[in-house]
Design a protein around this ligand. Structure first.
Ligand SMILES: [Zn+2]
Ligand SMILES: [Zn+2]
Length: 600
């Protein structure tokens, strides 16, 4: 006993430079934003190309280094970061595809501050660049920010414990938007990982397991022409608005420069509007939800098909009406010959996946259907995938904006936008998709439990929480005991594990009135302290005992909560712990047309 302890303490002195050497993670999982399958494949095989400096030869992540051949990871549709990462980790879907989104319950466009707010998939990382400065600089000094991020990631790895270490490198995407050379970025990562692996091997006596995944591709299509969607809609009798009061009003949430468009409209208009969009210059494929299980696919040549979805068996049928907009006719015939279509003409999602993985529009049926129903809590009625030579940008993006010089983008349905990567040095990988990849890697266990380490709060309800695909927090199970159609305040903080008293104090102030005439950005509005209302929340709801969490509480709304309809409010709250305020939180929210807080 004593001698073993002595050996361990001697070892700890010896390895003090690398902290707890024997407890280093077994696996490093890097979420590398926006790395295309075709780029990683080219680099693995060795690529010769010409850039500003002349002819360049590059080779990286090779089989000689122990990497397996890279596999495809088919993104969501739209093939955008927040949507795809949320799907990869199986998290509860986000309220919208973008950080400006349309909330059905609030009937309002809502803006989250994209630079300072952090999404769940980012908080779950053991390491990500958290500095707002780095993030806003990402577009300007992309290569420096990128190299800084990679070095910081490596530094924090040496301080880590736990089996899996998750890191998120965001600037690989920013750099490509700015037309930086993706092979240079990848080779830098490769080199830093070689150094890391060599040092790790010397300490641990075996190789570090590395898994690199990305969320979508990048089109490298050059500066696209801006699609004239707003004049087009106006010419066709529609009005772009922040809420939908009349059947001619549409909401068009937009952030950044992208090659897809989301449209929210009154359901009675969906088919008519989709048919009109065929004539919008720059469109490639138009997809629309026309019934709960029925979706329309149109393209710029006015070809037309219908997708039917059997949600129970997760099976799809593709029926061409005029032409074949997805070029899936031959695929359906082949599935028929192989006996993979049922009597109604449906094939399972997995059979469609195998048959369309290398198609120009990979996994299009499941991605269109999920894009218009499941990947966000407020799906659009129409999603437009643009031709790669066109982009959609917010009207207010002005000259000199950091986004103005975008040379590459993503979001569309086709392969160059949609194919991300799965790359490993410890297991051969398979072509997969954002909703399937977790199944190959133990459902990505060991993500950071940020709710046990940070303060926060949100409004939740049962239908919303049931949408988390991979259960991780106790609440992912215990929500089932909540009543339907009632809203709750969920509060989390390490303080709550210590606080004895359940009572929560909150003050609520109105930020703005009826959302239809709210200003352009609710985030910039100042609370009016004159109208502060104070409430007491508690006691907390008791949930199924096995799933009680020490660090979070679920509170019913106080019965005297009285808020105005269709407004924006800010809530600040705290728990009392031995005379001190604990678990402090603050967030803004919208109310519905009855004055109830909206969860999403
Ligand atoms: Zn991304
Ligand atoms: Zn991007």
């Amino acid at each position: 006993m004593t001698s073993a302890k002595t050996v361990i303490s001697l070892l700890s002195v010896f390895f003090v430079a690398v902290s707890t050497a024997w407890a280093l993670p077994q696996r490093l999982i890097i979420g590398m934003d926006g790395i295309s399958y075709r780029d990683m494949k080219a680099l693995q095989e060795g690529v010769v190309y010409t850039n500003f400096w002349g002819v360049v030869r590059r080779h990286g992540f090779g089989l000689d280094e122990g990497y397996f051949p890279v596999s495809r990871m088919v993104s969501t549709f739209p093939s955008t970061s927040d949507v795809a990462w949320t799907d990869i980790f199986g998290n509860r879907p986000l309220p919208g595809y973008q950080r400006t989104f349309y909330s059905v319950a609030a009937n309002s466009e809502i803006a989250i501050n994209g630079l300072t707010s952090t999404m769940e998939h980012e908080r779950q990382m053991q390491w990500q660049s958290e500095s707002d400065l780095t993030r806003s600089m990402g577009y300007i000094y992309s290569v420096h920010v990128y190299e800084y991020e990679v070095r910081e990631m490596v530094n924090s790895f040496w301080k880590a414990t736990g089996t899996n270490f998750y890191a998120y490198v965001r600037s690989s995407d920013d750099a490509q938007h700015m037309d930086r050379d993706v092979f240079t970025l990848l080779c830098y990562m490769d080199q830093k990982l070689q150094e890391l692996r060599a040092r790790y091997r010397a300490i641990e006596g075996h190789d570090l397991q590395i898994l690199i995944i990305s969320d979508h591709g990048h089109n490298h299509a050059g500066r696209g022409e801006r699609v004239q969607i707003i004049p087009f809609l106006e010419k066709n009798g529609y009005q772009v608005a922040r809420s939908i009061q009349h059947s001619n009003e549409v909401v068009l949430p937009t952030s950044g420069i992208e090659d897809w468009i989301e449209i929210h409209n009154s359901p009675s208009e969906t088919e008519r509007l989709a048919e009109k969009l065929v004539h919008l210059k720059g469109t490639d494929v138009i997809t629309a939800r026309i019934q709960p299980g029925r979706f329309l696919v149109l393209n710029s040549q006015n070809e037309r098909a219908v997708i039917d979805w059997d949600a129970m068996s997760n099976a799809f049928r593709y029926s061409t009406v005029n032409g074949d907009p997805l070029r899936y006719g031959p695929v359906a015939q082949a599935l028929g010959r192989e006996g993979k279509l049922d009597a109604r003409g449906f094939a399972t999602a997995d059979n469609w996946m195998k048959a369309t993985m290398t198609n120009h529009y990979p996994l299009a049926l499941q991605r269109i259907v999920r894009g218009l129903t499941r990947v966000t809590l407020n799906p659009a009625t129409i999603l437009v995938s643009l031709d790669n030579h066109y982009v959609h940008a917010a009207a207010l993006i002005n000259a000199g904006s950091k986004l103005e010089s975008t040379e590459s983008t993503h979001g569309a349905l086709d392969d160059i936008n949609s194919l991300g990567i799965v790359l490993s040095n410890f297991t051969s990988t398979h072509d997969t998709s954002t909703d399937r990849v977790a199944g190959y890697f133990g459902n990505f266990s060991g993500l950071r439990e940020y709710r046990a380490e940070e303060n926060g709060a949100e409004w939740v309800n049962k239908p919303e929480q049931s949408r988390a695909r991979i259960k991780r927090d106790p609440f992912d199970w215990s929500y089932k005991s909540l009543p339907n159609n009632q809203i709750f305040l969920r509060v989390w903080s390490p303080d709550l594990a210590r606080a004895g008293d359940d009572t929560l104090h909150a003050s609520i102030v109105k930020l703005s009135g009826a959302s239809a005439d709210a200003g352009p950005d609710p985030v910039s509005l100042q609370p009016s302290v004159l109208h502060e209302q104070n409430y007491t929340f508690g006691p907390a709801t008791s949930l199924a005992r096995n799933f009680e969490s020490a660090y979070e509480r679920i509170y019913p709304c106080p019965t005297n909560l009285s808020l105005e309809p269709s407004s924006v409010y800010q809530i600040s709250g705290w728990a009392e712990n031995g005379g001190k305020s604990a678990a402090r939180f603050e967030f803004s929210f919208n109310t519905d047309d009855e004055g109830k807080p909206v969860a999403y």
